[in-house]
Design a protein. Sequence first.
Length: 750
Amino acid sequence: MKTSIVGFPRIGEHRELKFQTEKYFRQEISEEELLTFAKALRQKHWQTIKQAGIEEIPSNDFSFYDQTLDTAVLFNIIPEEVAKLPFTDLERYFALARGYQGEKGDVKARPMKKWFNTNYHYLVPKFEKNTQVKLTGRKIFAEYQEAKALGIQTRPVLVGPFTLLSLAEYEAGCVAEDFVPDLIQSYREVLLELAKLGAQWVQLDEPALVKDLAEKEKALLTTLYQALLEENLGIKVLVQTYFGDVRDVYEILTHLPIDGLGLDFVEGKETLRLVQSGFPKDKILYAGIVNGKNIWRNDYTKTVELIKQLPVEQLVLTTSCSLLHVPYTVENETFAADITAHLAFAKEKLGELVDLATILTSKHQIEQLIQNQTLFANNRIEKNLKVQQAVDALQPNDFIRQPAFAQREKLQKAKFQFPLLPTTTIGSFPQTKEVKQKRAQFNRGDITEQAYEAFVQAKINEWLAWQSEIGLDVLVHGEFERNDMVEYFGQNLAGYLFSQNGWVQSYGTRGVKPPIIWGDIYRKAPITVKWSSYAQQQTKQYVKGMLTGPVTILNWSFPREDISLRESTLQLALAIQEEVLDLEANGIEIIQIDEAALREKLPLRQSDWFSEYLDWAIPAFRLVHSKVKPTTQIHTHMCYSEFTDIIEAIDAMDADVISFEASRSNLTILDELQAKHFQTQVGPGVYDIHSPRIPSVAEITETITKILSKVPKEKVWINPDCGLKTRGEKETKASLQHLTQAARLVREEL
Ligand code: GLN
Ligand code: ZN
C-alpha cells in the first residue's frame, strides 16, 4: 500500500520563506538571493517527505505567494494593466499579489479571497476579453527538474482547469467558456512537457468539485477533461479533490479517462457511501484519511476500519487536503509529553500515513497501533461542570437583545450625535518593530510590567491625539497590547493551549498561529478592560472597545473533535459576554466585536448552511451582546464582503454597525444591501489595507459616492477595509488623512 500527500507547507519550519521574501520586498536581498533560498527550502521539504517514507511526493506545491496566482501566471492570465508594465517576471508576480506603486507604474493588487472553507487566501485570476491564454510560465517544469536532479521523482501539482475557471473573475463581455479551447490546449502542453521531462504523474487540484454543482458546471467539467485527455499524453493524471465530497460529479469523475481520483474522507460526509457504490478497477483511489486541517493524532483503529470498508483494488493513502493548513512540526514545541502525544502537525502526519500503511499491510499487531489505541482509550481532559451547566441552561431569550434595532438606532442617534458619514478605523494601528520588541522583552521578563504598560499607554496616547487631530469621529486605542486577535483572547481564557511555532500561511508572507482548544473554556479574568478604559479616560471622544467574537475565535483556533463546534462556540460566547458587560460597566459605550472569520466555516454546500452552521453561529454572536444597554452601540467587522448570499443572516447578528472589506472586491454587495433593506448601519471599507499603496483623496471620494448611490446616507460609516496592524506608520497616516478629507468633502455636498 502506497502513501502520498496532497501538498506540504511551504513557508518553512521557522517561516524562513516569509522572512526572506520580506527582505526582498525591502530590497535587502536581490531577486537571485531569494530564488536561491527558495530552491534550498524546496530541497529540504522534499527530503523531509522522502525520509519520512512517503512514496509519492508532490512538487510545484511550493509558491512565493499563492498557487492560484502561480497557475494564472503560468497560463498568461494577467490583466492588461499589469502585463503592460516593464517588470521582470518576479516583479510582475508580486505586483499582481501586492499591488505596485513606483517608477514602473501604479497598480492595485488583485482581489484576494478565502480558499474554500479555510483561512488561506488566494488571488483571484482575471480573464479579460483580450486575455490570450497560453503556456508562458516555467515554474512547474523547473521545480520538477530540480527535484529530479536530487534523485526525487515527484508528481507536479497544478490547480485544475475546472477550479481555475470557477474561481476566476471575468471582465464584462466574456465568460469562462470563451477561454476553454486555449486553456485546454495550454494544460495539454504542460502535461506533454512534463511527460517529456520524465514525470509519471501530474496532480490537478479540483476542490471546486465538492460544491453544489449545476448542470452547466457538470457539463463544463466533462468538456474540459474529455478534451484534455482525448489522446494519451504520456503521463498519468490524478484529479485531486478536497474539503468535502463530490456527490454531484462522482459518476462523471469515475468515468473520465483519468488514472487516479483523490477523495476526502475527513470532511466528505458522503465519500464513503460514494466509493461503496462502486469504484472503477482501472483507477487508483487516493484516499484522504489523515486530516490536513486539524492537529490531532489520527485514530488508527477508526481509520483502519474505514479503509477496510472500501471496495477498492488500487489504493494510495493520503491526506484529506494539502498540509498547507497545518503547522510544520510538533518537534519545535515545548508541550508536556502527555499533550504532545495527542498532536500531529505536518511532519508527524507523514509518519501517520506510513504507520497506517504498515498496519494495513502487516499480519501482526504492530506497536504503532497498540500505542495509538492506548492514547485514544484514555480521557484526554477532565470536563468542567460549571461551564457545561452554563451552556445547558441557556434559554431562547438569552439570544435576543432588547429593544429591537429600529428603536435602538433612534436612541443611539440622539445620544451620540455623530455627523453624517461618521469616520472610524477597524481597531489596530501599525505593530511596528518597536511595539513587537517591547512585547517580546516583556514576555521574556527583560522589562517590568510597569515599563511595558507605560509603553503601551504612551502609544495609546500618541495615536488618540493623532486620530482627533485628523478628525476621526470614533477613536480606537490601537490594539498595541495584542499580538493577534485570537491568540490574545485565548491566552486570557482557560481551556487553551499555545504553540511556539505553529504557524500556518494565511496569505502571501502572512501567517497565523492558531491556538489549540484543549478543554472547556471560561474567562479567567478581565481581558481588555484595562486598556479600553485607560484610553477612554484620555479623551472626550468615544473610544471603541475592541473584542473578537466567539465564531471567529473558534474558526481561527484548532477546534476540539470530542465535542461539537456549536458547544465550543457557546462556551466562548459566554466568556466574551462577560467581557462585553465588563467593558460596559467600565464606561465603554461603543464596543466592536469582530467576526472577521464568520464566513470561513460556512459549509461549502448551500444545503448545509443553516442546519450545520448559521443556526448556531449567528445566535452565538447574539448571545455575546444580548444583555447590553440599548444605548451601548455594538459594532462588528468582517474581513470580506462576500455575504450577498447570507445577507439576512448577517443582519440577524443584530449589531448596530457592521464594517467589512469592500474595496478590494468590487462593491456589488451594495446592490444587495439595498435590495434586502439591510437594517444594520454599514461601513464598507473605502480602501484596501493589504497593500502599502496609498489611496488618493479622489479615489476615496469616488468610492464614498458609489456607496451613497446605493445605501441611505444615514446608514453609512466611513472606514478602511480592515485593521492596520500590518501596515507601516507612514502609509497608514497618509491613507487615513485622505480618508477623513474625503469624508469631509463628501459631507459638504450632502
Ligand atoms: N480589530 C482587528 C484589527 O483591527 C480586526 C482584524 C481583522 O478583522 N482581521 O486588527
Ligand atoms: Zn478585517
